[in-house]
Ligand binder design. Structure first.
Ligand code: NAD
Ligand code: ZN
Length: 363
């Protein structure tokens, strides 16, 4: 018999909702929608890839409505694709009493979430994330939006969903690289907030990679708990929520200098965490043993794309453009132990260059 689903509450100021995690939670969609009393007309927004793999199951539980299918590559995460969602909604006369169900990875969730936030000034939104990254990160917290040709996630809003349903069984079809990319974000939560989570990923690598539902449920639930508590305390990322940017200062720079082509986001975060740990170590803020444990865990997931052809100079430049610049200062989340961080804004160029070099970047 399957274990009872896990429920995590996300009490943000703008909306309180819950995340339900467990095998077969998708089959409880209808029941969940009734419980949260979302509007009766339901529209599923998904991608052709996800729909081909899991559409039958979703169609069954969502009441057989025609899905709105839009492409989900990062390059389609733009206003033109959101417009296609609006078009489909207008065509069927979707009114305020409608609910959008997003069924896909972070790209679908962010785009359809933005559509839900803006169509008729807001209709109900339910996320059913299908990538590990979306399950542990993007489906919770209400950030929705799209890219601008000049920058990632530049257009968007905060719009909390009414419910999030996470079914680890859908991850069975996820390509290995996408799966690994999500695991780096799980490690991130372990490093910032939970030594037990970090140890669990290290200790259960095998069942996790085999995608054994119990192993997945445990790490997804713990990650969601951390994200939920951080988001509830700081819905709009004014302060505490910034710890979740651990690994993202250098990570975003890696993505930018490689034009978002070489790395999956999570992979770039994998390197970014190593850079932050090297910085912290050099400052004496992190024990070398802990830095090494992180490096070992990241390495144990498999090889990352190379960075030896990327220069520290390029990286520094990209970091200057990052959204994490506040008042002209670069904010860095540094680990102080496994499960603890400190935010600093006084990292200088010299130490940053040294950390990048240590992790494998060129001069
Ligand atoms: N809103 C937030 O707080 C937040 C947080 C982190 C990331 N993001 C955003 O999330 C996006 C990345 O999300 P992602 O990594 O999920 O990428 P994605 O949505 O592009 O999905 C990755 C790939 O996996 C495929 N896929 C999805 N589910 C599948 C399944 N079950 N089986 C097989 N294939 C499947 C998709 O078709 C796609 O090709 C980025 O745009 C990022 O900015 C948002
Ligand atoms: Zn991330």
């Amino acid at each position: 018999m399957a274990a009872a689903p896990i429920r995590i509450d996300v009490p943000t100021p703008s909306r309180a909702y819950s995340v339900t995690i467990g095998d077969g939670t998708i089959d409880r969609l209808g029941q969940t929608l009734d419980e949260v009393r979302t509007a009766a007309r339901r529209f599923v927004v998904s991608s052709p890839v996800v729909w081909r793999l899991h559409g039958e199951q979703m169609a069954r539980v969502a009441g057989g409505a025609e899905p709105i299918l839009v492409p989900d590559g990062e390059r389609y995460k733009q206003l033109a694709t959101v417009s296609r969602i609006y078009d489909a909604l207008v065509r069927v006369n979707a009114d305020r009493a409608s609910t959008l169900i997003t069924f896909g990875g972070g790209v679908i969730g962010d785009m359809a979430g933005f559509a839900a936030a803006t169509y008729l000034r807001g209709v109900a939104l339910v996320h059913v994330p299908t990538t590990l990254l979306a399950q542990v990160d993007s489906a919770i917290g209400g950030k929705v939006g799209v890219n601008h040709p000049l920058g990632k996630n530049m257009i968007g809003s905060f719009y909390q969903p009414h419910a999030v349903l996470i079914d680890p069984l859908v991850l069975a079809t996820l390509p290995r690289r996408e799966f690994r990319a999500g695991l780096y974000e799980v490690i991130k939560y372990g490093m910032t907030s939970s030594r037990p989570l970090f140890d669990r990923v290290a200790g259960e690598r095998k069942p996790i990679f085999a995608r054994a539902p119990e192993a997945l449920t445990a790490i997804i639930a713990e990650s969601c708990r951390i994200k939920a508590s951080v988001v509830a305390d700081d819905e709009r990322e004014a302060g505490p929520r910034r710890i979740l940017n651990f690994g993202h200062t250098a990570g975003h720079a890696i993505e930018a200098v490689t034009k978002y082509r070489r790395f999956r986001h999570g992979e770039a975060v994998g390197y970014g965490m190593l850079v932050a740990a090297a910085l912290a170590r050099a400052r004496g803020a992190l024990a070398d043993q802990d830095r090494q444990a992180l490096a070992d865990l990241v390495a144990s997931l498999g090889p990352l794309p190379p960075v030896s052809d990327l220069s520290a100079t390029q990286m520094l430049e990209a970091m200057q453009h990052d959204k994490k610049m506040v008042d002209g200062r670069l904010h860095f989340v540094l680990p102080t132990a496994i499960g603890a961080t400190a935010i600093v804004d006084d990292v200088n160029e010299k130490e940053l260059r040294a950390a990048l070099k240590q992790v494998g970047f060129a001069k």
